[in-house]
Design a protein around this ligand. Structure first.
Ligand code: GAP
Length: 508
């Protein structure tokens, strides 16, 4: 774990040093859980966004896009249940005066038990070597079984307490498990209280309650309230989807792990409207589709896992998380939720406007059910960076940090480098740059020795470097260096775009 924590710290400082992510308002010591994206970060983020949009909207004929405003009528949030139910249970430690999420304290406790089991498994694997059968070990080892029984018991109790909104029960469980404050080490806890995560602000010149509006905590409600507008104008029949990308805001109590949990973040959400009764089939379909989407980027399969929710959000009857193994453990990147007709029915009731679909096949009108896929763009960004970051010792003993970002989403695709800053090489390099930049995001770099320039490009994940040398002036050939293998080939200038396009087209 210590090693992983070190890696995570290195990734965070790499992000700053190479222009991916900066703390917000840093000259004023930053703003907790708010971050800004630098020149390379914004490119990577745009590319992930495009990749999602293309795979959702462009490749599905029955999914269309929407860009709803961040501000919405405040009644939206009353009807959707967010005013009453979008809350986290808070607990304070009286000695350290630190505030925690009660559910996170219990989840961390469960995670520690899981770590204990993983350590047992690792020890046994070391002892038995190739013959080791992990499944059998987990199913038969008494210590592992004992810990698993404990985990199952706590998980079940925890889910019941959360689903019943039992705050006293949560406090008792924290006491029973003897969970101590990580700062003071004491178990001197306050009662558990509910804390609404929505930010509110005033609209117009009066600052009374009547003018209060919320910053949306999810983009989905913009889709729900526009569902009939979109269905009618795009003339879609069920099943069909509406996709949207945009900012969401949550006043997170426990803001930690860099851009994993932010107060301002971006979501890429898709609501799939289906006939009531078909939702289970579509829920299973979208879980599989979304897992495939992640894997198509080339991140190894075993870095992801599907985790069914024990505690359901107020709007869902089934939900699963797609989790990525970050350096700080498996954590949610995306949620797939079966939201039933909860939201549309609530908006229909509160607004008094019919939100029904007329089914031309059955000649019936009904409120559709909804299956939602919801991925955090910032979390996907972090997953890609964490998966890409590698420290390598090369054959000559030197070291390099390389981001093996999938070429499709790499911030810069090609960098053009004149070998030396004289003899007409910069002019020739700029000529090439002017052509290639029409096709791809390119950089030009003539400063420092060529080796240092390659390292700089490795550090931002550029898949190809094109070097212009004296031979280029004679025969119009260049060397092309591939990031991961560092292999160099001599090719003619006309071939550059084709080679790069082929690599990017593969998606990995
Ligand atoms: N519309 C459903 C919804 O908002 P959610 O599970 O609360 O569901 C969906 O959020 C995704 O949004 C999460 O899987 C995560 O990737 C991202 N997300 C949620 N809270 C976040 C935060 N504070 N910082 C960054 N990303 C967040």
């Amino acid at each position: 774990m210590a090693k992983n924590e070190d890696v995570f710290k290195k990734i965070v400082s790499h992000c700053k040093e190479y222009g991916f992510v900066y703390p917000s308002s840093e000259i004023y010591d930053g703003l907790a859980a708010v971050y800004d994206y630098g020149p390379n970060g914004v490119e990577l983020k745009n590319n992930i966004r495009d990749y999602w949009w293309k795979s959702m909207v462009q490749k599905h004929e029955n999914i269309v896009g929407l860009d709803a405003a961040i501000f919405m009528h405040p009644t939206v949030w009353k009807a959707s249940g967010h005013v009453d139910a979008f809350k986290d249970p808070l607990i304070d430690n009286k000695d350290s005066k630190k505030r925690y999420r009660a559910d996170v304290l219990i989840e961390d406790y469960i995670e520690k038990l899981e770590e204990k089991t993983n350590k047992e498994v690792a020890k046994a694997r070391k002892k038995f070597g190739e013959k080791f059968d992990e499944k059998m070990f987990r199913e038969t080892n008494p210590r592992v079984l004992d810990t698993q029984k404990k985990i199952d018991g706590i998980t079940k109790r925890f889910a019941d307490l959360i689903n019943n909104n039992d705050l006293k029960g949560l406090r008792s469980l924290i006491e029973e498990l003897q969970i101590a404050c990580p700062v003071s080490g004491s178990r001197n806890w306050t009662d558990v209280r509910q804390f609404n995560l929505m930010f509110s602000t005033q609209m117009g010149s009066l600052s009374d309650d009547a003018n209060s509006v919320y910053l949306r905590p999810e983009t989905a409600q913009g889709i729900f309230v526009n569902y009939l507008n979109v269905q009618k104008t795009s003339r879609k029949k069920l099943p069909f989807g509406i996709a949207q990308i945009g900012k969401a805001f949550r006043n997170e109590i426990v803001a930690r792990q860099f851009i994993f949990r932010m107060r301002e973040f971006e979501q890429m959400e898709m609501q799939y409207f289906v006939k009531p009764g078909d939702e289970v089939e579509w829920y299973e379909y979208w879980k599989e589709e979304r897992v495939n989407w992640h894997q198509a980027l080339g991140i190894p399969k075993d870095k992801f896992r599907l985790h069914d929710h024990d505690k359901l959000a107020h709007y869902a009857n089934a939900a699963a998380d797609i989790e990525y193994e970050f350096p700080f453990g498996f954590k949610e990147v995306e949620g797939v939720h079966s939201r039933t007709d909860f939201d549309l029915s609530a908006h229909q009731k509160v607004s008094g406007k019919k939100l029904q679909y007329y089914d031309p096949d059955t000649k019936e009108s009904y409120v559709p059910y909804v299956v939602e896929t919801s991925i955090g763009l910032d979390r996907m960004f972090l997953a890609i960076l964490a998966n890409s970051y590698e420290e390598e010792t090369l054959e000559d003993g030197s070291e390099r940090v390389v981001l093996k970002i999938p070429p499709l989403v790499a911030p810069v695709k090609v960098t053009v480098l004149p070998l030396v800053k004289k003899d007409g090489l910069p002019e020739k390099a700029k000529e090439i740059m002017d052509t290639v930049k029409n096709d791809f995001m390119c950089q030009y770099d003539e400063k420092d020795a060529i080796g240092r320039r390659y390292r700089r490009q490795d550090a931002i994940g550029t898949p190809y470097c094109i070097t212009i040398d004296h031979q280029t002036l004679d025969d119009n050939t260049v060397t092309i260096r591939e990031r991961d293998s560092m292999k160099q080939d001599r090719i003619s200038i006309e071939k550059i775009s084709g080679i790069v396009r082929e690599k990017i087209g593969k998606g990995v």
